[in-house]
Design a binder for this molecule. Structure first.
Ligand code: AMP
Ligand code: GLY
Length: 423
């Protein structure tokens, strides 16, 4: 098969790494990719939002399988674009239809979906500019902290959790009346604040049957002890120790089965990943959010634990044999530690030369924000590398990731030394 992966982060490098191992893979392209994907496939410098260029590339390179990493193209309808084009229809697209992508693209849509199918989630109401006063009144009925979510995509920044009523009201006004997140905050969902432990469960589905992938927990804050600003994710661990078989069975019963049932009943074409963000209190899971893609850095610990051929699973999604395809998960623990540029998630410099790759032992390095310049690997983003390791337990795997994190050098390098501290 000829495969094209869209995206340029650690997630896409992890997909490429796994797919390159498949005997079914003939040609592997990544658009636009990074310095890591370039070592195992061919990078193509086109934008992931330029569907026409993606089409031209697919035809020229005789692509049979398109794997969409980030949510942007999915929410913009890349699945439908392929599905409706006679020349592209034969290509399997891994990712949901535009309607399915609304589970991530609209918080209100996803809340309504959960309510309709009895999926446990935080109580909520949504508001617009015209109902700002009602929004203030609703806030007054809640106790702090308050959870305000921009309805649309806001580059992962659309959730605010103010501590006081006054701040909550100010934020609500800024979002609705002053377009704090542009059109994404034309509508705001206000939610009950949930307490407990967060983790994520991932599902791969053809829209009818599904396979439950390993669970993972990521560490979003920049500072140790989960302090400071939110980032895309500073590290991850899989599996999550408290997510034992009984817990996952509960998630399957209460969340996964009703979610798939909802997709079927709503006639939503969904061939891809469902990333279910959960909050767990006293063993009871509630959905914080759906994402319609894999997480980053969660992919860097989830995908390496899948023993089966991922491309074969994707092929099954395309040809209707998914429910019968072999699917096995490794018992080993995987951890990943992100190296980031100094200053991230605020402003940071790019173009710093990275060295030490040859000294790394017993870890897999997934590139995130990197680029190759005349055989020198330069930083090219906030999150730069994810160092993934395996072990019989979390400590064993983390020790390898931390040891190798020390061996890679670049000006301004930073990483959290406490990934997994709470497990
Ligand atoms: P998101 O950007 O949607 O991933 O949300 C960012 C973070 O906000 C989540 O990972 C949670 O930690 C937190 N969050 C979102 N909704 C709630 C909620 N209802 N209660 C508590 N925390 C929440
Ligand atoms: N690591 C969180 C995400 O990918 O959304």
């Amino acid at each position: 098969m000829n495969v094209l992966i869209l995206g340029s982060g650690g997630r896409e490098h992890a997909f490429a790494w796994k797919i390159a191992k498949s005997s079914l893979c003939k040609k592997l392209l990544i658009a636009p990719g990074n310095a890591g994907t370039e070592q195992i496939g061919r990078n193509i410098d086109i934008s992931i939002t330029d569907f026409q260029k993606i089409k031209d590339l697919c035809l020229k390179e005789e692509i049979n399988m398109l794997i969409v990493g980030p949510e942007g193209p999915l929410v913009n309808g890349i699945y439908d674009f392929f599905h409706e084009d006679e020349k592209l229809q034969h290509i399997t697209v891994i990712g949901p239809s535009k309607k399915g992508a609304q589970l991530e693209g609209s918080k209100e849509f996803s809340k309504e979906f959960m309510m309709k199918y009895g999926i446990p989630t935080a109580a909520y109401q949504s508001f617009t500019k015209d109902t700002l006063e009602e929004g203030y009144q609703f806030l007054e009925t809640l106790s702090p902290p308050y959870v305000l979510k921009a309805d649309g995509l806001a580059a992962g920044k659309g959730v605010l959790i103010p501590e006081t009523l006054e701040e909550a009201k100010t934020s609500l006004k800024e979002m609705l009346a002053d377009a704090k997140f542009g059109d994404a905050s034309n509508k705001v969902v206000i939610e009950e604040h949930l307490k407990g432990m967060e983790l994520s469960v991932f599902v791969l589905t053809d829209g009818i049957s599904y396979k439950i992938l390993p669970s993972a927990k990521d560490y979003k804050r920049i500072g140790e002890g989960d302090s400071g600003l939110n980032t895309g994710g500073m590290g991850a661990v899989s599996p999550v120790p408290f997510a034992d078989r009984f817990f996952i069975e509960k998630v399957e019963r209460e969340i996964i089965i009703p979610t798939i049932k909802g997709l079927v009943e709503e006639d939503i074409d969904y061939k891809g990943f469902i990333f279910i963000g959960l909050m767990v209190e006293n063993g009871n899971p509630k959905v914080i959010e759906y994402n319609v893609r894999m997480g980053d850095p969660e992919t860097e610990v989830v995908i390496p634990r899948i023993k089966s051929d991922l491309l074969n699973l994707f092929r099954g999604i395309g040809n209707g044999s998914f429910s019968e395809v072999d699917f096995n998960i490794s018992e080993e623990v995987a951890t990943t530690v992100m190296l980031v540029s100094g200053g991230y998630p605020g402003s940071y410099e790019k173009g710093k030369e990275m060295t030490g790759f040859n000294e790394v032992e017993d870890s897999v390095i997934f590139h995130a924000g990197t680029k190759n310049s005349n055989d020198r690997i330069l930083t090219n983003g906030g999150r730069v590398l994810a160092i993934t390791s395996f072990g019989n337990n979390i400590d064993e795997a983390l020790n390898k990731s931390f040891t190798n994190a020390e061996k890679i050098n670049f000006e301004g390098k930073y990483y959290r030394k406490d990934i997994g501290f709470d497990l």
